[in-house]
Design a protein around this ligand. Structure first.
Ligand code: AVI
Length: 328
C-alpha cells in the first residue's frame, strides 16, 4: 500500500530552483578549486544514468551491496529485533531494500518509509515494492534529516526503528561531515533503535579507477550531465565538448574524486545567475568524492558518534560492508 508524499523543493516563478542556483553560483565563483556539490548530480537524467552505472561490470558496489543484503537479510532482521518500522535514507530503486523488507514482513506487518528529495525516485521505489505482502509504504519527500524527523513523528507506541543508509552514500560525505551526520541521525532516534550502514571498502587503485571511469563512458555522461543541467535549468552556455570527465584516486584520503577538466581556456556565461565564469586550460570543477573505508574503521566511526556496533557483514569479493549499529 502506498501512502502520500509532500513536496520539498521550492521553485521560483522563473522555474529556477534557488538552492541549485545558489550552489552553482557559490561553487563556480570560488577562488582556487571550483566545486559543484554532488547532490545536484541527481536530476531525472542523472538518476537514470546512475541506475546504469549500478549495473556496469566495472562498478561492483551496488551489486555487492545487494548480494550482501540478500544473503544476510534474515540475520539482519533477527539482530535488529524484528523491526516493524523501517526508514530508509534515499529510496534507491527499492530492489536492494526488498530483501530486508521481505525478511522483516515475514512475521507480520511492516511500515516502510523511504526518504528522498526526488519524488520520481520515490515513485519508482514504491512501484518496485508495491504488492509485497504485509508491507505498507509511506514515501517521505524531504531532505534526509527533515525526513527522519517526519518519519519518527509518526512512530507508534512500542515500535522501534531500523534505519537504512545503504549504497555507500555515507562515502559521499567527507569523514568529518559523515561523523556529524551520524551524530545528528542518532540524536533523532531512541534507545533500542538500529542503523544499518552500507559502505564501500578500500580496494586497488586500478579497480577503483575503472569503476569511476568506465570504458563506455556512462560515468563520464553522469558527471557531464551536471553542466548540461546548468544549461537546462540556469540558461548556462557550457559547451560539453570543452570539458572532460576525470576520476582520481586520492590515496591520502582514501577517496575517488570526480572532476570536470576544461580542455581549453574559456569563459562560460550562466544567464539566470548573471555570471560569467573563466576557466584556465586544464582547470577542474570538483564534483564528487567517494570515500572508501577499511572494514574496522566503520564500527569505530559509529562508536564515536553515539552508536554501538552489533555486527558487520563483509563481501570479500568486491569489498563492501554492511554494519549494524544500535543506539548507545
Ligand atoms: C551514490 N554514490 C554512493 C555513488 C558513489 O560511488 O559514490 C555515486 C557515483 N559516482 C560515480 N559513480 C557512482
Amino acid at each position: 500500500m502506498i501512502a502520500s508524499a509532500a513536496a520539498a523543493v521550492t521553485i521560483t516563478p522563473s522555474g529556477v530552483n534557488p538552492e541549485f542556483a545558489q550552489a552553482v553560483s557559490a561553487g563556480l565563483s570560488r577562488k582556487g578549486q571550483k566545486t559543484l556539490p554532488a547532490s545536484w548530480l541527481y536530476d531525472e537524467v542523472g538518476s537514470a544514468l546512475f541506475e546504469v552505472i549500478a549495473v556496469l561490470p566495472e562498478y561492483g558496489l551496488t551489486r555487492a551491496d545487494g548480494l550482501l543484503l540478500a544473503r544476510a537479510a534474515a540475520e539482519i532482521v533477527r539482530a535488529s529485533n524484528h523491526p516493524k518500522l523501517v526508514i530508509e535514507l534515499g529510496s534507491g530503486t527499492g530492489m536492494k531494500t526488498g530483501h530486508i523488507l521481505a525478511a522483516a514482513s515475514r512475521s507480520g506487518p511492516v511500515r516502510y518509509l523511504p526518504i528522498d528529495i526526488s519524488g520520481a525516485a520515490l515513485d519508482n521505489c514504491a512501484r518496485v515494492l508495491d504488492g509485497m505482502e504485509h508491507l505498507q509504504i509511506e514515501p517521505v519527500e524531504a531532505t534526509y534529516l527533515d525526513g527522519v524527523d517526519r518519519a519518527i513523528a509518526g512512530r507508534r507506541p512500542g515500535e522501534h526503528v531500523l534505519l537504512l543508509f545503504l549504497g555507500s552514500t555515507i562515502g559521499n560525505f567527507n569523514r568529518t561531515e559523515a561523523a556529524v551526520f551520524l551524530r545528528r541521525v542518532r540524536k533523532r532516534l531512541q534507545p533500542g533503535d538500529f542503523l544499518l550502514l552500507g559502505a564501500d571498502l578500500v580496494k586497488s587503485r586500478a579497480r577503483l579507477l575503472s569503476a569511476y571511469d568506465d570504458p563506455i563512458g556512462v560515468t563520464a555522461a553522469f558527471n557531464l550531465n551536471l553542466l548540461a543541467r546548468i544549461n537546462r535549468e540556469l540558461d548556462g552556455r557550457f559547451d560539453l565538448a570543452h570539458f572532460a570527465h576525470e576520476a582520481r584516486y586520492n590515496e591520502r584520503h582514501s577517496r575517488v574524486e570526480m572532476h570536470l577538466r576544461a580542455r581549453i581556456a574559456q569563459e562560460v556565461r550562466i544567464g539566470e545567475l548573471d555570471l560569467c565564469v573563466s576557466f584556465a586550460r586544464g582547470e577542474t570543477i570538483w564534483t564528487e568524492s567517494s570515500h572508501k573505508f577499511r572494514a574496522e574503521e566503520i564500527p569505530r566511526m559509529g562508536e564515536r558518534t553515539g552508536w554501538s556496533c552489533v555486527r558487520q557483514w563483509v563481501d570479500g569479493e568486491w569489498g563492501f560492508a554492511e554494519t549494524l549499529f544500535q543506539t548507545k
